[in-house]
Design a binder for this molecule. Structure first.
Ligand SMILES: [Zn+2]
Length: 343
């Protein structure tokens, strides 16, 4: 009975939480566009000590390219999609702290988070035989011990620039349990926003209910992030860039995990490849890269609208999926209760 009461109680708490969350979404989403706010995040930046943060090429720095491409992207967004609010999380050459980037994204209630970075590959070690030398060694024991000589090669090693090239787009991996837990842990502090209570009711972030909701959100964002990342790579391939595909990183891209919205991180090319360093430092390269991302965002919006139309829901699908999954979540609590009862 106590258990049943507990189930009813948790059901009510979740219900109220979801209800107020839904109400809030509804209020703010009247006649809304599917993507209203995009956060453009230029990677790295100049540190307080004046040094560059990020990878280094033959003559340029990653943070400079990130800013130039981001500025191009912002300009194009404003020209081509003026209805969308664009927020820059690193608008100047100065670095923005990683946690601050996530805060900016969440405070502005971004619908998309796009990080611009430049890749780097470690130089390749080369080895060759540069000559031979004669070394002395001994064979046998006692009276039979004989002095012998042999010729051995002398090796010369050096490194050459790594020829790796191409663009790749990262999303936050969410298929391993560990990663999900990490994502939830990272997401918890940013859920404690000012209007947290209004949005999420009395759900405590440490309760299984809250964690389950966070996991569902992570899953939903994962699908959208993966879709956008795929479109970005498609566009890069169309303009003849080497397509290194969509990659998942399990840990390490904190900012992708800490943003409560679909997020991608675009590695626009290799600063350690001279040809790509030149390309990314050129106006043409920067414009082309930004144009690819814009086209991908447009395809993404069309895809999202189609998805929502198909599901017969013009509001937020996250809400719907959460609501749908809440019943299965409750079912799992019930199953667990029954299992305990059998024990
Ligand atoms: Zn970077």
């Amino acid at each position: 009975m106590l258990k049943q009461t507990l189930i009813v109680l948790s059901l009510t708490v979740i219900g109220i939480g979801i209800f107020s969350f839904t109400l809030n979404r509804k209020k703010s989403s009247a006649k809304q566009k599917i993507v209203r706010t995009i956060i453009v995040d230029a990677g790295h930046g100049i540190m307080a000590n004046g040094g560059h943060n990020g990878a280094k090429g033959a003559y340029s720095y990653e943070d400079e390219i990130c800013l130039a491409v981001s500025k191009e992207l912002v300009k194009m967004f404003k020209e081509q999609m003026p209805e969308i609010k664009i927020v820059e999380s690193r608008p100047t050459e100065k670095i923005t702290a990683i946690h601050r980037r996530a805060e900016i994204a969440n405070e502005n209630k971004g619908d998309l988070f796009i990080c611009i970075h430049v890749n780097a590959a470690v130089p390749k070690k080369q080895t060759e035989i540069s000559g031979y030398k004669t070394v002395t060694y001994y064979e046998g024991k006692g009276k039979n011990r004989k002095k012998k000589t042999k010729r051995v090669p002398i090796y010369r090693t050096w490194s050459i620039p790594n020829p790796a090239k191409g663009a790749e787009t990262y999303i936050c991996g969410a298929h391993k349990n560990d990663d999900k837990e990490l994502a939830v842990r990272e997401n918890a502090p940013m859920m404690q926003e000012e209007n947290y209570k209004k949005n999420y009711g009395d759900i405590d972030p440490n309760t299984p209910e809250f964690i389950a909701l966070s996991l569902l959100k992570t899953k939903q964002y994962f699908k959208r992030s993966a879709a956008l990342a795929g479109y970005v790579q498609d566009e890069f391939a169309k303009v003849g860039r080497v397509d290194r595909d969509v990659r998942q990183r399990q840990v390490g891209i904190w900012v992708l995990q800490a943003t409560a919205m679909p997020s991608i991180l675009v590695e626009t090319g290799y600063i350690t490849n001279r040809e790509e360093e030149d390309y990314l430092n050129s106006k043409k390269g920067q414009e082309e890269t930004a144009a690819c991302i814009i086209k991908a965002v447009k395809t993404y919006i069309t895809w999202l609208e189609k998805q929502q139309k198909e599901s017969g829901n013009n509001d937020n699908t996250i809400k719907q999926n959460n609501a749908g999954n809440i019943s299965s979540f409750l079912q799992s609590i019930e199953d667990r209760e029954q299992l305990n009862a059998v024990k």
